[in-house]
Design a protein around this ligand. Structure first.
Ligand code: KIV
Ligand code: ZN
Length: 388
């Protein structure tokens, strides 16, 4: 990868961490369909699966490796030879293969998951990187549960795996535990205390258990991380992963951060719908960027403002994320400006509309309905007001 300090690499794990969600399993051909769209979107790395977990997952990594040309294809392993051997085999057709291996880094995981010691775990991590490096040049190491790990030990581990050959080191907040300033400070601590940190890219991988995954990812980027691990729609185990569309649009919207990706955001809306349908996982209406209501204005004050100038209430142009235009929803909270807008859209001549009178009748029906649709407006206007 070229060294542009302000370029943020987007690592998509929709097909690995995202697909771990119960009920969201995809067939290999569905995965290929999504992967091709992710390639068009412009992701830098595509985590294709955890090949040792099942023959189906192994096969998906093989087929994705054949189908995808540009992004790096990544396969997940635990820190053991068998996982790594299987991952290497699954990546044999990848144009740009990457092994993503790792082990727990918090005392919680070291003691209660591995029943081990810091020294032993560190050695197992180093050994896994060295072993994987025999087969594949690009090795990413994950320090699982780094969000709860002791920073000094984490720095030791990061230094050791870089010395062993890791090209990317992932600092996951596996349990979505950190506050943004804590997570940002953790990344800064590593940048300041790992002597060879410049020899690898630091990656952020945040979970959303406290609703902070995106905020933590941005805090990590502000403190030196250069790769962000995300999923479409923020899909993932429990409360999910960092949402790719949120990270990309934050970096695009806040130019002052001076960070850029190669994501073409115009594909977001369509890709979000595709992932939602294939994974049978609805997108919440108020989801940032891609939710049904993300560009829908329903209160009179906002509608009036947005009709006067879009940017009064829209910090993102809907076209930038693949939505034709924002919506003005008519409800009992709407005002005259929104009503007039819709009547004109339906062809009524504004000078001929008795707006005060129509608005009064509109409110009478709006109070008994959640939303007023075109049919309602047409019957409201069946008094003979002229249309174009
Ligand atoms: O959340 C996590 O720690 C992970 C690792 C396996 C990278 O998904
Ligand atoms: Zn994860």
């Amino acid at each position: 990868m070229l060294h542009d300090p302000n370029r943020i690499y987007i690592f998509d794990t929709t097909l690995r961490d995202g697909e771990q969600v119960p009920g969201c399993q995809l067939t290999t051909s569905e995965k290929i369909e999504i992967a091709l769209r992710l390639e068009t979107l412009g992701v830098d790395v595509l985590e294709a699966g955890f090949p040792v977990s099942s023959p189906g997952d192994f096969n998906s990594v093989v087929e994705l490796s054949k189908a995808i040309k540009q992004p790096i294809i990544c396969a997940l392993t635990r820190a053991n030879k068998k996982d790594i051997d299987v991952a290497v085999d699954s990546l044999k057709y990848a144009k740009r293969p990457r092994i993503h291996t790792g082990i727990g880094s918090s005392d919680m995981h070291i003691k209660y998951k591995f029943n081990s010691t810091r020294e032993d775990i560190l050695q197992r991590g180093v050994d896994a990187v060295k072993y994987a490096k025999k087969f594949v040049e690009d090795i990413e190491f994950y320090a699982e549960d780094a969000g709860r790990a002791d920073n000094a030990f984490l720095a030791q581990m990061v230094e050791a795996v870089i010395a062993a050959g890791a090209t990317v080191v992932n600092i996951p907040d596996t349990n979505g535990y950190c506050l943004p300033d804590q997570y940002g400070a953790k990344i800064k601590y590593l940048m300041d205390h790992v002597p060879n940190i410049d020899k690898a890219i630091i990656s952020v991988h945040c979970h959303n258990d406290l609703g902070l995954a995106t905020a933590n990812t941005i805090a990590g980027i502000q403190n030196g991380a250069r790769q962000a691990e995300c999923t479409i729609n923020g899909i993932g185990e429990r409360a999910g992963n960092t949402s790719l569309e949120e990270v990309a649009m934050i970096l695009k919207t806040h130019q002052a951060l001076n960070k850029h990706t190669q994501i073409n955001s115009k594909h977001f809306y369509e890709l979000s719908g595709m992932v939602s349908r294939m994974m049978r996982m609805p997108v919440q209406p108020n989801k940032a960027i891609v939710g049904k209501n993300a560009f829908a204005h329903s209160s009179g004050i906002h509608q009036d403002g947005v009709l006067k100038h879009r940017e009064n209430y829209e910090i993102i142009n809907p076209e930038d994320v693949g939505i034709d235009q924002s919506e003005i929803i008519l409800t009992a909270r709407s005002g005259r400006h929104a009503l007039k807008h819709h009547l004109e859209r339906l062809g009524y001549v504004s000078e001929k509309i008795n707006l005060d009178d129509v608005y009064e009748r509109f409110l009478a029906i709006a109070d008994s309905k959640k939303e007023i649709k075109d049919d309602d407006l047409l019957s409201l206007m069946s008094d003979g007001t002229e249309r174009n």
